[in-house]
Ligand binder design. Structure first.
Ligand code: EPS
Length: 389
């Protein structure tokens, strides 16, 4: 079964990941993983941490001479900033007054600090924020990119990008072709398709930064050439759209998920929402529109898969909100930690990654995922069968 686990704290020595269920025989492009990692570090509105980090994947298991073995893939990404935290974040040396400085006692509203402290009994909420930090998503991008390379081997293309930031929509054309989107978003540092919105958004981010505030946004993922019939209508826990929603919601700061036109579909009559069915010689069945985001009955229907995510603004504010100290119980301003003004650009790569993971998982759940060449053959046969349905 394709599954993964990550470990590691934001200022600890490194992030670790174990990914199982990747077919044997896949030629892994390590540069592609590193390109995704550095893309996740970028984007307008990032803070100073990214000037320190230079995320690169180290593979220590499951790959030989650049080719996957079918065994668990072990991954590492180093935290360069650990050099500044080597005492405070030392995994093994016993706690002393000197190595437990920078304690966090005034939880940030909207962050995991307070509830995480209550749940796990941490009186120093650094123990919570170190793991709840979105630093962890670097490993999810490394894992997700390996899954994306499985999809690419099967001619499935996927891209995650930014639709809106701080309420400003920068995706008026809503493209469904991955190549078109890639071409447009590569022209700017906001990962948006509409170049005319770049200046106003830059100004808005600069303003937010000056005011010690943060901005959220909306992310859109498009996956093209996904075969029909992944997932199932037969039980709630086999529906692939539900699994995608869970994976997307599992990314830090996500507060909403939509498949296709999602909430907008609830507004219009059925005649304007359902995607009419067409059939053409040599191509088989398709739909005339894609309001349902490539899903019917919890199954892919062969149209582009479209998933959107709503990201709340980052809760770490340089102009902090009200909090209360967990020791003195005094009502005071929350702790200020170094952070980003907006992380919507990196988050779009993270969402692309988790959607890639779920799609690769659905494929290897449906077909024999032991070997990539056998998997390719099965998918090609299956596509042919669907075309002749
Ligand atoms: C984060 C706070 C910041 C971000 C971090 C997420 O880290 P620091 O406190 O070290 O400045 O930069 O994101 C990353 C490190 C990253 O690589 O994405 C938080 O509190 O969630």
């Amino acid at each position: 079964m394709l599954t993964y686990l990550t470990a590691g704290e934001s200022h600890g020595p490194e992030l670790s990941g174990i990914l199982t269920g990747i077919p044997a025989g896949l030629h892994l492009d390590i540069d592609e993983i590193n390109t995704a990692l550095s893309a996740r570090q970028g984007g307008y509105g990032r803070g100073n941490r990214q000037k320190i980090e230079h995320d690169q994947v180290i593979i220590t298991g499951g790959v030989r001479h650049g080719v996957t073995l079918g065994s668990p893939i072990a991954l590492t990404v180093k935290n360069r900033d650990h050099a500044q935290w080597s005492e405070i974040m030392n995994p093994t040396s016993p706690a002393t007054p000197e190595n437990t400085l920078r304690k966090v006692s005034r939880p940030r509203p909207g962050h995991a600090d307070l509830v995480g402290g209550m749940k796990y009994g941490h009186r120093d909420m650094r123990n919570v924020l170190e793991r709840s930090s979105a630093r962890e998503t670097a490993m999810r991008v490394a894992v997700g990119n390996i899954c994306k390379q499985v999809l690419e081997a099967l001619n499935i293309k996927i891209i995650g990008y930014v639709e809106a930031i701080g309420g400003v929509n920068a995706d008026s054309s809503q493209p469904t072709q991955v190549d078109t989107i890639v071409n447009l978003i590569e022209q700017n540092d906001l990962r948006v398709t509409d170049q005319s919105q770049i200046e106003p958004i830059h100004e808005m981010i600069d303003d937010a930064k000056r005011n010690g505030d943060t901005l959220g946004g909306v992310i859109r993922v498009v996956a093209e050439n996904v075969p029909a019939g992944l997932g199932s209508y037969v039980s709630w826990d086999t529906k692939l759209d539900a699994k995608l929603a869970a994976a997307v919601m599992g990314v830090n700061a996500m507060k909403g998920v939509e498949i296709g036109d999602g909430f907008e579909n609830a507004v219009h009559p059925g005649s304007q929402v359902m995607d009419e069915i067409d059939w053409q010689e040599g191509q088989g069945f398709s739909r005339n529109s894609d309001h349902l985001g490539g899903f019917e009955g919890g199954m892919t229907n062969g149209m582009p898969v479209i998933v959107k995510a709503a990201m709340k603004p980052i809760p770490t504010l340089y102009k902090p909100l009200q909090s209360a100290d967990i020791n003195s119980k005094e009502v005071k301003k929350a702790t200020v930690e170094r952070s980003d003004t907006t992380a919507i650009v990196p988050a779009s790569i993270v969402i692309e990654s988790v959607v890639s993971i779920e799609l690769a998982k659905a494929i290897t759940d449906t077909f024999d995922g032991s070997n990539i060449d056998r998997l390719k053959k099965q998918i090609a046969d299956y596509r042919q069968e669907l075309q002749n349905f």
